[in-house]
Design a protein around this ligand. Structure first.
Ligand code: EPZ
Length: 419
């Protein structure tokens, strides 16, 4: 897979596409496997660089982790070590999720700070504060953070100051085998939290309330292994829907949960797309005439409009006949892709957390740079509306969350490939 993605738009999309398993469910599930005494098998895992990165972390701390066809099989070793490897840790945000389960198993973890898309400040203070309430001691070394819990973790009644997805996952992982009961208040309600709780329950954990702001966990002595199929990726499904909205045409998106990205579908419908929940676990999206502006859109925590879908919707609205604005209440710099939109001829203005989109005279091909995972995907969506080819450089950022985005778009008739 190259570093440059080339998309030549000007052609409507038609066909059927299947949604892969959700990256943002698979990654916490891989971290959760550290808690299991038995073998863990995850089905139909997408081959993403973040997944490979996670397997490298698991192997580095003493697990065996391998692909078996489309599945991933993890066998946690007997003597896990608590040193998280700097390279993989610095490559992605989700590496922070490996700290809590490893601390629960080994009593001591050393780790660098997680990497990930540059979307603004991304501290891990809620993760750490919650772990301290569960008995961890946190020390900052020169390069590393050291977490210690020599007497293990204990339950806590803890309120998150913000419903952080990752912090909720960290604290769920810490609570699953902690001594006693935990109550996580103000927890994130995303579908990926529900999926993680379902996985842990399948391994023998005692969890209730996942998907609601109050999650109760009674710690258990041990967790067995299990087989598990992660939920479909609601952001990849959103990407496909926005691709049709941008290019025009009609597509059936299969193996998805339309209710998990309902605000995005509602926004596309308001803009003039046809959206039919044609059958269970699928949605048909079509666009014939020009789209209209949809006024002010605000992202929010689930079940609000997903922050990750904000650049994708923006790309779909660049050629709309009226004005729209999208404010991301979750991250401060969500719209780094605005420069790429403008280079293609879009009339956009990014001010703080808000991107304003006004009618333009159409988009043209050019060379742009992918700023981050969803920004890069958004540039590809925008390029579908330009008749000439667009080259998207730094496209390795896109491979973090899409197994092969050009192949996915080609399945719907797009002209897209790696250079
Ligand atoms: C997860 O990131 C996802 N990543 C993100 O998807 C997603 O955008 C985000 O949740 C929100 O839905 C994974 O699941 C791997 P947060 P996460 O903790 O856990 C602040 C993608 O494209 N915060 O809910 O990092 C933080 O600064 C990625 O797939 C603290 O202040 O999101 C941010 O402003 C991008 N302290 C806000 O909360 C903390 O300890 C949301 O962060 C933690 C977070």
């Amino acid at each position: 897979m190259g570093e440059t993605l080339v998309v030549r738009g000007g052609r409507q999309l038609y066909g059927v596409a299947e949604t892969p398993a959700a990256k943002n469910s698979v990654l916490p599930l891989l971290a959760a496997s550290l808690l299991c005494d038995g073998v863990v098998r995850l089905h139909r895992v997408p081959r993403l660089s973040d997944v490979e990165n996670s397997l490298a972390i698991l192997r580095s701390v003493g697990c065996t982790a391998r692909w078996t066809g489309r599945d991933v099989v993890i066998r946690p070793g007997g003597g896990l070590n608590g040193l998280l490897p700097d390279g993989p840790v610095g490559n992605m945000r989700a590496s922070v999720l490996f700290a809590a389960p490893l601390l629960a198993r080994t009593g001591r973890v050393e780790t660098g700070m997680p990497g990930g898309c540059k979307l603004g400040p991304r501290p891990i203070d809620i993760h750490l504060d919650g772990l301290v309430h569960m008995g961890a001691a946190v020390k900052w070394g020169q390069q590393h953070l050291v977490l210690e819990a020599p007497r293990g973790l204990h339950g806590a009644d803890y309120t998150l100051r913000y419903p952080s997805v990752g912090a909720t996952e960290s604290l769920l992982l810490a609570a699953a085998t902690a001594r006693g009961t935990s109550v996580l208040r103000g927890a994130a309600c995303e579908p990926e939290i529900v999926d993680l709780a379902a996985f842990l329950t399948g391994c023998g954990a005692d969890i209730s309330g996942a998907g609601s702001p109050v999650i109760r966990v009674s710690g258990v002595g041990r967790l067995a292994g299990t087989e598990f199929s992660p939920i479909p990726d609601r952001i990849v499904a959103s990407t496909l829907a926005c691709a049709v909205a941008s290019a025009g045409g009609e597509a059936v998106i299969r193996r998805c949960d339309p209710f998990a990205f309902a605000p995005l579908l509602a926004a596309l419908k308001q803009a003039g797309c046809g959206v039919d929940l044609s059958a269970q676990n699928e949605v048909t999206v079509r666009r014939r005439g020009a789209l209209c502006g949809i006024g002010r859109v605000f992202t929010g925590v689930y079940p609000g409009f997903a922050t990750d879908a904000a650049p994708l919707l923006a790309a779909a609205l660049l050629c709309a006949g009226g004005e729209s604005s999208i404010e991301d209440t979750v991250f401060e710099h969500r719209f780094s892709c605005a420069a790429g939109f403008a280079a293609m001829g879009a009339a956009v203005q990014a001010q703080g957390r808000t991107l304003t989109i006004r009618p333009c005279g159409g988009l043209h091909g050019t060379t742009v740079t992918s700023p981050d995972l969803r920004g890069g995907a958004a540039l590809a969506i925008a390029a579908l509306a330009a008749a000439e080819p667009t080259r998207i450089e730094n496209a390795a950022t896109i491979a973090r969350g899409y197994e092969d985005l050009p192949a996915l778009l080609r399945r719907l008739g797009a002209r897209a490939g790696w250079e």
